[in-house]
Design a protein around this ligand. Sequence first.
Ligand code: NAD
Ligand code: GLY
Length: 368
Amino acid sequence: MPTRPAASARQRVTVDTGASRYDILIGAGLLADASAWQGLPAAAQALVVTNTTVDPLHGAALRHALAPHYARVGTLALPDGEAHKDWPTLNLVFDRLLADACDRRTVLFALGGGVVGDMTGFAAASYMRGVPFVQVPTTLLAQVDSSVGGKTGINHPAGKNMIGAFYQPRRVVCDLDTLSTLPARELSAGLAEVIKYGPIADAAFLDWIEAHLDDLRARDPAALAHAVRRSCEIKAEVVGADEREGGLRAILNFGHTFGHAIEAGLGYGEWLHGEAVGCGMVMAAELSARLGLMPAAFVGRLARIVERAGLPVRGPRLGAARYLELMRVDKKAESGQIRFVVIEALGRAALRPADDATVARAIEAHCA
Ligand code: NAD
Ligand code: GLY
């Protein structure tokens, strides 16, 4: 079992995709740590893109950190929520950049959760064909997943995250102290993405999560530091090997195919993304067992971990046919054939097709 680092120690994980290389800094108090903000691209202007919930909590600290480096630091607080991850809200970023006469050296800082991070990254990818941006994630989900790896974008009424670009940040600064203001439900949602790294990549990490779930839910600083660091290490390794999801990167979507069906079937916003992923992982584990890849005991073990993380383990009763219909629009589907991330052995995942009847039984075994 890995030793737990001191909570105060700053940690660094490097992402190297070949085309770009950047650091993820992880630690408590990083917003106020001047060294975390040195060495970023020089510019006259910076724009902090955040939302109306996060700005009053953490905006001033980031502006203070950036003031020595940029003559002008603007702030744009977008409306909060997944419902605003859309074109009209994205346009507010472009409107502001143009109104402030921002040039192509302007640096964008995404301060918030995955919604702000994905939208700011896409704005940075598109404004003047690309300006630098820095991720400053403030949810657990964003610190362990969405801020790393350069998937940026917005939703379309016909599908989630359907419009976007691969565009890597220049740095990711995970200040663990920002998690102290996060609602408990959002913390649990982030734990779903932490848990996923165990089955797909690191059996020992799953053991560690199982042993430290109560510490994580209690926001023990050392436990959070370890969870964020190990998650980022695994994500950095996967993204470094397959930035554009030609193959391997798809394993990061363990539980997401079922999860997306839950989110879309209920209407986005009823369940948090992480809640749907938590339940989706139990269904994907069930499918792995039904395909003869994993023992049934794995399903029970994972369901207990997901439940202890404060996440639902029974999906909404949409009917298996509706789940299958919704899953066919998943981005991993090819010519209407759904490909599922399954577990082949603890710590090893693969992408497999499965027949509808087996998938339906896996869903029905875990519906409310
Ligand atoms: P979110 O961005 O909506 O944040 C959740 C809520 O927490 C929001 O209300 C937000 O204002 C609030 N919040 C954020 N930080 C806070 C803090 N420190 N204190 C108090 N409140 C705070 O949701 P999320 O779970 O962070 O991200 C979900 C989004 O991420 C989805 O749009 C999903 O598609 C995307 N995502 C992207 C990737 C990727 O690789 N790019 C991966 C996973 C998820
Ligand atoms: N969250 C999945 C990915 O980044 O590929």
